[in-house]
Ligand binder design. Structure first.
Ligand SMILES: [Zn+2]
Length: 138
């Protein structure tokens, strides 16, 4: 197998309103250039790492393991967003608090399982208004 590397694995929500070209620009602004990361697009991004269904958790863990083995990543970036259907929380502030709390738990969980990796998390804001910005959480 050839040796190809990239710096990070990015988990994003599958939501169509977060257009790939815009996402790429947002990530570039915070230091992740296009082509420098693996990208996993799944409903709720990493939300299912807290699922009580092991199959849902295992799918996401497998993506991290494969990215680490195949591309030698150093970092996992978790991108959540406002107005996320996978969360289904109508109140913006409550959604933010829930997502921030979940991301904190997920970071601890992943740090135990992947002690050599760095974990970062951002919230993509402005999805309903189609005016996206990134806020760093972790
Ligand atoms: Zn979503």
């Amino acid at each position: 197998m050839t040796n190809h590397r990239c710096g990070a694995l990015v988990f994003r929500c599958m939501d169509f309103r977060i257009k790939p070209s815009i996402l790429s620009q947002l990530l570039m602004r915070v230091g992740y250039s296009e082509g420098s990361y693996d990208l996993v697009s799944v409903a709720g991004a990493c939300k299912d790492l807290l699922s009580d269904k092991s199959g849902e958790r295992d799918f996401l863990i497998k993506q991290i393991k494969l990215s680490q083995q195949l591309h030698n990543i150093q970092e996992v970036v978790m991108l959540y967003h406002d107005n996320c259907g996978a969360y289904g929380v109508p109140d913006v502030d409550q959604e933010y608090k829930t997502q921030a709390s979940d991301l904190s738990k997920i970071k601890s969980l992943l740090a135990d399982e992947f002690p050599d990796l760095i974990f970062s998390a951002y919230i993509i804001k402005g999805v309903p208004a189609d005016s996206l910005s990134l806020e760093k959480l972790i």
